[in-house]
Write a protein of this length. Structure first.
Length: 226
């Protein structure tokens, strides 16, 4: 089983090379929308995935060759042979299959802590980040849920409800985005309580605690200052 991939503040968990390849293709085709810095991060992720899984670059779908013009002798000889030859000539054997593959049903949870106990700590302008992320995943045609100012006592319940939603929808991939302030103890909830990334977030989505998503991409994006 493959180990999680960590690039910058993005963490990915792929345990199946085919799903990783499909995700790479999807992001390469769609990540041109949204914020520039997010796109740059995704490019770093793609490069890391390619190195880890030995994936080849995704090329543009080749143009199908023009049908071969048959001579009059080919069209008239051999009974149905001419029709068979024409059908084969008009078919490209190198056409790429649908790159969305089995990750067309992605689900996204965006948690943005905007206001805090001290108004001076409010993250003014962070809703623009939320809107950009929502726009990005809408371009993917992925389902997204946004929660603002999640307090500590509701945080685990928010994650659990998202996990259940993914299972019910038979999601093929899930993305968890958490944006807030942070410190040495981890990321802060809106009521200034600390959350440990490994214990309070990542562990809830590992194979032991989330067997329904084994073998499916799980992407974690954390935006906070330590």
């Amino acid at each position: 089983m493959s180990s999680p991939v960590t690039v910058s503040s993005l963490r990915l968990d792929f345990s199946d090379d085919n799903r990783a390849d499909q995700f790479v293709q999807l992001v390469e085709e769609k990540a041109g929308v949204g914020r520039r810095d997010l796109v740059d991060r995704m490019k770093d992720v793609l490069a890391d995935l390619r190195q880890k899984f030995g994936l080849s670059p995704v090329h543009q779908t080749p143009e199908p060759p023009a049908p071969t013009q048959l001579s009059s002798s080919a069209r008239t000889s051999g009974g149905g042979g001419g029709a068979q030859h024409a059908a084969a000539a008009g078919t490209s054997s190198t056409a790429r299959p649908n790159s969305y593959g089995s990750i067309s049903k992605g689900h996204v949870l965006i948690i943005n802590n905007l206001t805090f106990l001290d108004p001076r700590d409010d993250r003014v302008g962070s809703m623009q980040d939320v809107e950009n992320l929502e726009d990005l995943f809408e371009k993917f045609k992925w389902n997204h849920t946004t929660r603002t100012d999640v307090k500590h006592k509701y945080f685990q319940d928010t994650l659990d409800k998202f996990k259940a939603k993914c299972v019910k929808a038979r999601a093929d991939a899930c993305v968890i985005v958490i944006m807030s302030h942070g410190g040495r103890q981890g990321i802060k909830t809106s009521d200034n309580q600390p959350l440990k990334i490994e214990d309070d977030v990542l562990e809830k989505f590992n194979n032991k605690n989330y067997p329904e998503m084994v073998g499916k991409p799980k992407i974690f994006i954390f935006q906070f200052c330590k």
